[in-house]
Design a protein around this ligand. Structure first.
Ligand SMILES: Cc1ncc(COP(=O)(O)O)c(C=O)c1O
Length: 434
């Protein structure tokens, strides 16, 4: 195992990592996965409490997803999607259209490529509609939409963004409806509507130069699982209609049941103009992202002139193996009635983690669907790394974001496993050194 760690340090440049810190805290070497468990080469087991960066839904090495990919491997592993098509990508597009009410699916690979596609498509729509000056973007304060240059332009996390500021395009951030920021005595809903007023004030002045508002519906994940009331989205939809600005729902992290509904937008009763999906779409198996949009947007590109078309591409767009994994995921949702089952499970999990919620170091305990999060009041610099290491010693793979600890386990996690996770968190919280 030490050999593997030395080799990874020498040859692999790990994501979102100051490599020097790996000297003190080496990455976890994983040899196998089994349900919600990650297993190291010595057989030690760690509960994947954050679903491997929020991608895993139905456990590692899920037999049904394995079977779908294996079956596809015997047919065709990949064919380019420009000038060719195949059953998995067509079937997936049809099913996603039926689920979202958005009839046209454009594929990418990772989440950030979906953000890029949605931003470009929105601006290009306005250009094709004779309003090329509508090319600005609005996003929420503390929002996160990925790390590529366009996606980072609408992201608002200084640690990721500031270094690259000279490379980025200007965008505007409006107040976040993060319920933690409500005034004492103000409800989450009232605060959300107050933030929507600020959005309206901006749109009233700048709609003519704005292509789209991009939001993470209900949960701003990367800033630390900031949760907000759906009234914000309902009002944002009305305002975007009123001011003729697209609404892009970045459901890359929250889609596929994380917030308790298949898509978070459902809880606000809205349909966005674009929805970006990735992460859970393949159950955490293969990189795949997709942007779904309306007939209206699609029609604005449909013309004789080549340049009016959306001339964007990635080599692995619509990869058949990834699409088969995604179809298997949708089958599991349907056959196992996952959304309803998770609703019951979430009630039990919330009870199991209630001792954590009541801990004296915990503030703003929050829960939505299959996400639980809280802030640690007395966290000092280095808290996240210390907590991570302490949790590993308890057999839990958890990576706090700053002072926010969250769990977002695979949906196949059992009550006993969740109880173990809660116990592990309690051990860490009870250690004054962490
Ligand atoms: C809301 C949101 N958008 C976009 C992304 C970027 O996805 P990827 O890391 O696959 O590029 C993420 C990743 O965490 C995300 O949470």
């Amino acid at each position: 195992m030490n050999d593997l760690l030395n080799r990874t340090r020498a040859a692999v440049w790990h994501p979102c990592t100051q490599m020097k810190q790996l000297e003190a805290a080496p990455p976890l070497a994983i040899a196998r996965g089994e349900g919600p468990w990650l297993i190291d080469p010595d057989g030690r087991r760690y509960l994947d409490a954050i679903s491997s960066w929020w991608v895993n839904l139905f456990g590692h090495c899920n037999p049904r997803i394995n079977a779908a990919i294996t079956d596809q491997l015997g047919k065709v592993e990949h064919v380019m999607l420009a000038g060719a098509t195949h059953e998995p990508v067509v079937a997936l597009s049809e099913r996603l259209a039926a689920l979202t009410g958005l009839g046209h699916a454009f594929y990418g690979s990772d989440g950030a490529s979906a953000t890029e596609i949605a931003l470009k498509m929105s601006a290009h729509y306005w250009r094709n509609s004779g309003q090329a000056e509508k090319n600005g973007f609005i996003s929420l304060k503390n929002g996160y939409h990925g790390e590529t240059v366009g996606a980072l332009s609408v992201t608002d996390i200084p640690l990721f963004k500031d270094t690259y500021a000279p490379l980025l395009r200007h965008s505007v951030q409006v107040p976040t409806p993060d319920a933690r920021l409500a005034e004492p005595g103000e409800s989450a809903e009232a605060y959300a509507l107050r933030c929507a007023d600020a959005l309206e004030a901006h749109l009233a002045e700048h709609a003519a130069t704005t292509a789209a508002l991009i939001v993470e519906p209900l949960v701003q994940g990367a800033v630390g699982m900031a949760m907000y009331h759906p009234a914000y989205l309902t009002r944002a939809r009305e305002l975007c209609d009123q001011y003729q600005v697209h609404l892009i729902a970045d459901e890359i992290a929250v889609g596929f049941g994380r917030t308790g509904t298949l898509f978070a937008c459902e809880q606000a009763g809205i349909r966005p103009d674009f929805i970006c999906l990735s992460k859970g779409i393949t159950g955490g198996y293969l990189p795949l992202s997709v942007v779904l949009t309306t007939n209206d947007v699609y029609a604005a590109f449909y013309a004789d002139a080549t340049a009016r078309g959306f001339l964007h591409s990635h080599s692995y767009t619509g990869n058949p193996l990834a699409c088969r994994a995604a179809l298997a995921v949708l089958d599991i949702f349907e056959h196992d009635n996952v959304i309803a089952a998770n609703r019951v499970k979430a009630i039990e999990f919330t009870r199991l983690i209630s001792e954590v919620a009541a801990h004296t170091r915990v503030r703003h305990f929050r829960h939505l669907g299959m996400i639980w999060a809280f802030d640690v009041v007395d966290a000092t610099p280095g808290f996240s790394a210390r907590f991570h290491q302490a949790a590993l010693a308890q057999g839990a793979f958890i990576r706090p974001i700053g002072r926010t600890v969250y769990v977002m386990p695979p949906y196949v996690t059992s009550a006993d496993e969740m109880r173990g996770l809660a116990d592990a968190i309690l051990v860490c919280l009870s250690n004054p050194e962490i």
